[in-house]
Write a protein that binds this ligand. Structure first.
Ligand code: SF4
Length: 224
């Protein structure tokens, strides 16, 4: 008997889709270079593990990162305000068959219980960016399905490395449902669907601008 293949959405795809559906589409097809966020994450994780910048840089370069990108993250990193939360574990890979979701929790911390912590760069004036709320909600869903959670986790954190700002994210039913809708959409992209182009401010810095202009969406292509 043929085994059925189960497709999963990755947390990075879900957050990418929340930022721009087309960006997620292009990253699925062309891959994703290691940017400033990845470099900042290496710095954060090294410091939290009691290691140093040299270690963070070696790890980033070993993963294929660029030295200039690392130095940009290093120059903006705020070293004074590393959160006081107790770290439990780092870079934990999890998968849930039930939610068709997999991914890595950057850091698991203890704050009157186990909580996920996601890394971001600059904080908005209030709260967290939508893509970061989705990231924490996705991590929380995976943790709740794992052996790590002794009781249902209802909140997590985003640490903004460039400002040294820690913000809490309450994950309610609406946010969890939003993650499920994004999982469905990411899986649809894997089947070849091309999302609509939503032109915005973020397009001017996008690596895929040219590809994006030259690619018709599945919907628009029906009328060509
Ligand atoms: S150019 Fe704009 S719409 Fe296209 S992938 Fe980039 S951010 Fe998304």
């Amino acid at each position: 008997m043929l085994k059925r293949f189960t497709a999963y959405a990755n947390i990075s795809e879900v957050t990418s889709y929340a930022y721009c559906p087309r960006l997620c589409y292009f990253r699925q097809r062309f891959g994703e270079g290691l940017g400033v966020l990845s470099a900042a994450k290496e710095i954060y994780l090294s410091l939290r593990k009691g290691l140093d910048i040299e270690w963070a840089k070696n790890r980033f370069l070993s993963l294929g990162g660029d030295e200039e990108v690392f130095e940009r993250a290093h120059a903006e990193f705020n070293f004074l305000k590393i959160p006081k939360l107790k770290p439990i574990e780092w870079e934990v890979s999890l998968l849930s068959r039930k939610y068709r979701l997999k991914g890595v929790v950057d850091e698991i911390v203890y704050d009157s219980g186990i909580r996920p912590l996601a890394i971001s760069l600059k904080a908005p004036k209030e709260g967290v960016w939508f893509k970061d709320a989705i990231k924490v909600a996705s991590q929380l869903i995976l943790l709740n399905e794992s052996n790590f959670a002794e009781e249902k986790i209802k909140n997590g954190f985003v640490y903004h490395c460039f400002d040294g700002v820690l913000r809490e994210v309450e994950v309610d039913r609406k946010l969890r449902f939003h993650v499920m809708k994004l999982v469905e959409r990411v899986l649809r992209l894997k089947r070849g669907f091309v999302p609509e182009r939503i032109e915005g401010k973020k397009c001017s810095n996008c690596t895929y601008l040219e590809n994006c202009r030259a690619t018709s969406s599945t919907f628009a292509s029906k009328f060509l």
